[in-house]
Ligand binder design. Structure first.
Ligand code: G3P
Ligand code: MG
Length: 250
């Protein structure tokens, strides 16, 4: 039902390093994490880059939009100095660079497809196809634990991912579960529901589990809350506080 790690570092290394960077993965490893959630968006030239916001200004230094710059341009930009001076110059990672680092260090991946506006299907397709190619050997083995899990708030992106690479597992991401969540998840061939723990109730958690889906929450930063939702049957969650919640927490 949930063949993946239960405690996952959010956006690379949570709050301990600039989000969605290789420095974040290093921070996660330093705390014993071999599981990561990160966000993928397409560049102007259709290459996946690891970033959360479609606009520069918060994590990428400067002004502009991810979708208006090529992958080569984005890879030269600074995604580290916003957090601390010591991270100055930390680049925006290319998707494949990030994936290869994870594979080399045996870090399991929850790959969140984060399309910029109008790029939903294109992004879902690109991420699924590229992941499928990189994990061809693991797909052939057929053990889900060896595969990343794709997720997205965009059902259009997930549908494109399903059509492009049906054998790469998918999860539906909802801030709050809509009434027809089970229908949507079945249509998309999803294996799991990912949702905001703030809107989850024990009854909803039970319904998701009884319907046969994995249940994963974002973003849990207090150990007490983590204990509570695990008690409701939640399979796992991601956290920004990798210093407070250990990979062995569950
Ligand atoms: O994938 C879980 C979580 O990352 C979703 O929200 O905005 O942090 O990408 P966000
Ligand atoms: Mg995310």
């Amino acid at each position: 039902m949930w063949p993946y790690p239960k405690i996952v570092a959010h956006r690379g290394g949570g709050t301990l390093a600039p989000e969605n960077t290789i420095a974040g993965l290093r921070a996660g490893l330093a705390y014993g994490f071999h599981a990561v959630e990160f966000d993928v968006m397409l560049s102007k030239d259709g290459i996946g880059v690891v970033v959360h916001d479609p606009e520069f200004g918060r994590t990428i230094f400067g002004q502009g939009r991810v979708a208006d710059h090529t992958a080569a341009e984005l890879a030269r930009m600074d995604a580290g100095r916003w957090l601390k001076p010591e991270f100055r110059g930390e680049p925006v990672p290319l998707f494949l660079e990030f994936v290869d680092y994870c594979k080399a260090h045996r870090i399991w991946m929850n790959i969140e497809i984060k399309p910029s506006e109008g790029q939903e299907a294109t992004t879902g397709r690109w991420v699924a196809q590229t992941t499928r190619l990189r994990f061809a050997a693991e797909v052939a083995v057929g053990d889900p634990a060896q595969l990343p899990l794709l997720s997205s708030f965009s059902m259009e992106a997930l549908a494109a991912a399903r059509d492009a690479a049906p054998d790469v597992p998918r999860a539906c991401l909802f801030d709050q579960l809509p009434g027809n969540w089970a229908h949507i998840a079945s249509e998309l061939g999803a294996v799991a529901i990912h949702t905001n723990h703030k809107h989850l109730s024990p009854a909803t958690a039970r319904a998701v589990k009884e319907a046969g889906f994995g249940l994963f929450c974002y973003t849990v930063n207090e150990p007490k809350r983590g204990r509570e939702i695990l008690g409701w049957g939640v399979d796992g969650f991601c956290t920004d506080r990798i210093d407070l919640i250990a990979p062995t927490f569950a």
